[in-house]
Design a protein around this ligand. Structure first.
Ligand code: ACO
Length: 418
């Protein structure tokens, strides 16, 4: 592509690889030229080989494998391995990986003490952000980010301990004693045991629910350069340790436009209250008075492939738990929205969060835990991007530029004269 600066008549020819070109070439035209791209709508901030999202065609692949195949045939721990190391593990590699994760699920006893310091109604996501950051103080060797062995150890610890921290945050919020990990259970079954076990010696979750949670974790494991992953890369680019970088990513996820969306979907369905109120709600959305939560996506301009799989998972969960009364409202919203010009013109389709909240609610999770579940699932994705960032010779500290639109130089006026 040849770009001509009409002010000077100077031209520069840039190579196009895939659909990107190196914007640094623009500096050949004018050293001070910057791309103005608020919210990075047209910016590729890095080259990555982890996840492909083709938003126009509704395609999602991890390391080349279609999400549909992984959701059906794989499990979350195997997907973690795939995202992090680029290949599906062999039998031996998987056995070792599973053993490593399973034997690092306990957290230091002092973690319980600072969870005790939170107010009784602390949001578990606030507790998670803080406790993940605090892990950094327990593992000072995590700062050796260029030591491969140390990096691997922190990765194992983070994936293993996230469910423990999440479960502790939940148990604290409901005033129940913490349940320690049970290493004889699978990753998701152990998480459910830490959440729900009361006095029984062993908690065996319903296998259909444990599998549904595993599938939901697979679907949420990575999604290339979203808000939280970009936070992970941004903080990681300053060479901070992976615990504080993961805490930053969790903080990005906490917001209602990102990981908080499925919680907002349930609030919205509760507010709508009945199928009869759906058309009036859609009118309010079209007037711009509110948003249809769980709809729309920065990248997907067709049906989110994860939403399709989730609908199927929802049916399997509802078979065990009974149908959610909010499902009827959700189905009606989807039906009207998919046939309404406002949504068609803007290419707004259900995203992964539209149905995930209904599933989590049916499984017995309180609303405040929804984003926490997302954080557990997204941890391998964040860490895969962190590893990739550290190994990329093009990596420099993230430091975008700005278009300054403030005041010109002016002279200081003393406070008495203002
Ligand atoms: N409901 C109603 N209108 C919408 C919605 C929505 N959910 N999403 C976008 N629009 C409209 C906007 O009003 C805008 O219309 P306009 O052109 O007339 O002004 C147009 O569609 C484009 O919207 P943008 O806000 O520019 O889209 P953007 O890419 O910035 O936002 C986002 C994407 C944040 C996901 C948005 O669609 C949204 O707020 N959705 C609801 C929240 C949600 O479900 N988030 C979960 C995302 S998936 C995830 O994080 C796992």
């Amino acid at each position: 592509m040849t770009i001509t600066d009409n002010r000077t008549g100077r031209s520069v020819t840039v190579p196009i690889e895939g659909s990107t070109f190196p914007s640094a070439a623009l500096r050949e035209l004018d050293r001070t030229l910057r791309l103005y791209d608020p919210a990075f709508l047209s910016t590729a901030s890095c080259a990555s080989s982890i996840t492909l999202v083709d938003g126009e065609n509704g395609i999602l692949r991890y390391r080349g494998y279609p999400i549909e195949q992984l959701a059906e045939q794989s499990n979350f721990l195997e997907v973690c391995y795939l995202l992090l190391y680029g290949e599906l593990p062999t039998k031996d590699q998987y056995a070792e990986w599973q053993h490593e994760i399973t034997t690092h699920t306990f957290v230091h006893e002092k973690v319980k003490r600072f969870i005790d310091g939170f107010h009784y109604d602390a949001h578990p996501m606030g507790v998670l952000v803080s406790t993940v950051a605090a892990l950094s103080t327990f593992y000072p060797e995590a700062k050796d980010i260029f030591d491969e062995q140390s990096r691997q150890q922190q990765i194992v610890r983070l994936i293993a301990k996230m469910p423990t921290l999440a479960a502790f945050a939940y148990r604290y919020s409901v005033g129940q004693p913490f349940v320690y990990p049970d290493n004889s259970l699978s990753y998701t079954a152990n998480f459910l045991s830490m959440l729900w076990r009361i006095a029984e010696p062993r908690f065996d979750a319903n296998p259909a629910l444990a599998r549904a949670l595993d599938v939901l974790f697979i679907l949420h494991a990575d999604h290339e350069q979203n808000c939280s992953t970009t936070a992970m890369r941004t903080v990681g680019s300053s060479q901070a340790d992976p615990y504080v970088a993961t805490a930053a990513a969790c903080a990005g996820l906490y917001g209602p436009l990102h990981g908080g969306a499925n919680e907002q979907v349930i609030h919205m369905l509760n507010r709508i209250g009945s199928v009869d109120n759906v058309p009036a709600y859609i009118e309010r959305v079209k007037k711009g008075e509110t948003r249809l939560m769980g709809f729309g996506h920065r990248v997907y301009k067709s049906y989110d492939p994860r939403a399709k799989i989730i609908r199927q998972t929802a049916d399997e969960v509802f078979e065990v738990t009974g149908v959610s009364p909010l499902l009827e409202i959700a189905l009606k919203l989807e039906e009207i929205a998919l046939s309404d010009d406002y949504f068609i013109e803007r290419q707004l389709y259900p995203n992964v969060d539209f149905y995930s909240g209904l599933i989590y609610q049916a499984m017995g999770f309180p609303l405040a835990m929804f984003t926490v579940l997302f954080a557990i699932a997204r941890t391998p994705g964040w860490l895969a991007h962190w590893l990739e960032l550290l190994g990329d010779p093009e990596t420099k500290i993230y430091r975008p530029r700005q278009k300054y639109i403030g005041a010109d130089q002016r002279d200081y006026v003393s406070i008495d004269e203002r």
